[in-house]
Design a protein around this ligand. Structure first.
Ligand SMILES: NC(=O)c1ccc[n+]([C@@H]2O[C@H](COP(=O)([O-])OP(=O)(O)OC[C@H]3O[C@@H](n4cnc5c(N)ncnc54)[C@H](O)[C@@H]3O)[C@@H](O)[C@H]2O)c1
Length: 373
C-alpha cells in the first residue's frame, strides 16, 4: 500500500500500469506495547478461549494461569498452548496466583460481572469478553471501580481490530471520505452452529450476543454524535430449526446521519458480509464471503483504489484487544475499548432489543438493562 501523501491529506496512490490504484497506507494492524509483557491469567476455557490463547502465543505473551469450573477444559488448553501454566477450577484461587497482573475473562455475561468485580478488587487489570454487562449501571459501577483501584478495564470488542473494520475506521478518522452520512452493514451468514449449544438459549442471539460487535462499530463510527432513536425488529425464518430469531434489522437515526444493520444468520449458501460507509468526499466499501475474507475499496474524486490487508477477524481481533489493553497500561491511559467506552455500544444494543420486543422506536440510553440471557 502507498504512504500517506506529504500534503497531509490521504490521497489515492498513483495508478499502476494495470490501471488499479492502491489505497492509502493507514495504521490498521494491532500495535504492541514497547516492553510490557505481564503475567496473564485466563478464566473460562470454553470455545472462544482457543482463539484468545492462539493470539497471545503468537504475540509471545506470558499466560501463567488458566481457570475453568470444568478443570479438564483448562487442562486441555494448557496442553495445547501454555504447558507451564497453573490450572485452577476456582477463579478466586487464580486471582491469588503470585505476580498475576492481567486477567482475561472469557465467561458468559451472567457469570462475568461478579468475576470482573472480584478481579478489579484484587487489583488486576481486566479484559472482559463481550457483551460486557447486562445492566448499564452495573457497567458504569465497574468502570468507576477500575478507576478507584487504579487498574484498567477493557472489553474484548475484537471486531474493531478485524483488518477491514480497522482500516475503514482509520480511513474515516483520517478524513478520506469526509463527514460520514450513512453506514450500511448487511450480513448473510450461517449461525446455525449454535443449535444445541448454550447460545441457543439466548433469545436475541443475533442482535445481542452477535450483534454487539456491530453496535460497537456503529458507536465508534459515530462517536461525538447523539443518536436520536432506534427501530429494530426480528423474525424466525419459516424453515429455521434453532430457537432464536435468525433474521434481524436495525435503523439507528441521528439528526444528520443514518446507520442500518441487516442480519440473516440462516444463510447456508452464497454468504456475504458487506459494509458501506458514505461520506461527503467519498465511499468506503468492504465485502466478501466471510468476516475473514474481505476486499476493501476506497472511492473518491481521485478514483477507485483497493486496500490489500493482512490478517483475519480472530487473529488480528484477539491480538488487538489484548495488545491495546497492554499498551494502555504501559502508557498509563484509558484503553480505547474501555468498559466506559463500551457503555455507548451497549446503549445502542439495549435500545434495539427493546424496540424489537415492543415494536416501538427507542431512545438510546433510556433502556438501562436487558433480561438475563
Ligand atoms: N469476541 C468474540 O468474537 C466472541 C466469540 C465467541 C464468543 N464470545 C463470547 O465469549 C464468552 C464465552 O463464550 P464461549 O464460546 O467460550 O462459551 P463456552 O460456553 O464455550 O465457554 C464458557 C466457559 O466458561 C466456564 N465457566 C462458567 N462459569 C465459570 C466460572 N465461574 N469460573 C470459571 N469458568 C467458568 C464454562 O465451564 C465454559 O468452559 C461469551 O460471552 C461469548 O459471547 C466472544
Amino acid at each position: 500500500m502507498s504512504s500517506p501523501s506529504t500534503s497531509g491529506t490521504y490521497g489515492l496512490a498513483s495508478t499502476s500500469a494495470a490501471g488499479i490504484a492502491s489505497a492509502p497506507a493507514l495504521p490498521y494492524l494491532p500495535r504492541l506495547p514497547r516492553s510490557y509483557r505481564p503475567p496473564i491469567g485466563l478464566v473460562g476455557c470454553g470455545g472462544i478461549s482457543e482463539y484468545h490463547l492462539r493470539a497471545y502465543r503468537a504475540l509471545g505473551l506470558d499466560v501463567v494461569a488458566l481457570c475453568d469450573v470444568d478443570a479438564g477444559r483448562a487442562e486441555k488448553r494448557r496442553a495445547e498452548f501454555y504447558p507451564g501454566a497453573t490450572v485452577y477450577s476456582d477463579y478466586q484461587a487464580l486471582l491469588r496466583h503470585r505476580g498475576l497482573e492481567v486477567v482475561d475473562l472469557a465467561l458468559h455475561p451472567r457469570e462475568r460481572a461478579v468475576a470482573i468485580e472480584a478481579a478489579l478488587r484484587a487489583g488486576k487489570h481486566v479484559l472482559s469478553q463481550k457483551p460486557f454487562v447486562l445492566d448499564l449501571d452495573d457497567g458504569a459501577r465497574l468502570a468507576d471501580l477500575a478507576e478507584a483501584q487504579r487498574v484498567r478495564l477493557a472489553v474484548n470488542q475484537n471486531g474493531r481490530w478485524a483488518p477491514h473494520f480497522a482500516y475503514l475506521m482509520a480511513a474515516l478518522r483520517a478524513g478520506v471520505i469526509g463527514e460520514l452520512a450513512s453506514a450500511d452493514f448487511t450480513l448473510q451468514w450461517d449461525h446455525t452452529w449454535t443449535a444445541g449449544t448454550p447460545f441457543e438459549s439466548i433469545h436475541h442471539l443475533v442482535l445481542f450476543d452477535f450483534g454487539i460487535h456491530w453496535f460497537d462499530l456503529a458507536a465508534e463510527l459515530t462517536r461525538g454524535r447523539r443518536p436520536s432513536r432506534i427501530t429494530a425488529s426480528v423474525a424466525r425464518a419459516s424453515f429455521q430449526k434453532p430457537r432464536p430469531p435468525m433474521l434481524a434489522q436495525v435503523a439507528i437515526e441521528f439528526p444528520d446521519a443514518q446507520v442500518r444493520l441487516a442480519f440473516n444468520g440462516h444463510v447456508l449458501h452464497g454468504q456475504e458480509d458487506r459494509t458501506v460507509l458514505c461520506g461527503s468526499a467519498g465511499t468506503l466499501r468492504s465485502a466478501g464471503p466471510s468476516l475473514s475474507e474481505q476486499a476493501v475499496t476506497v472511492h473518491t474524486v481521485a478514483g477507485t483504489a483497493t486496500a490489500a490487508l493482512e490478517g483475519t477477524w480472530f487473529t488480528n481481533g484477539f491480538q488487538g484487544t489484548m495488545a491495546e489493553l497492554l499498551c494502555a497500561i504501559e502508557e498509563n491511559r484509558e484503553p480505547s475499548h474501555s468498559g466506559r467506552n463500551n457503555l455507548d455500544s451497549l446503549a445502542l444494543c439495549f435500545a434495539a432489543l427493546a424496540s424489537a420486543d415492543t415494536g416501538a422506536p427507542q431512545i438510546p440510553g433510556s433502556v438501562r438493562r436487558v433480561a438475563a440471557h
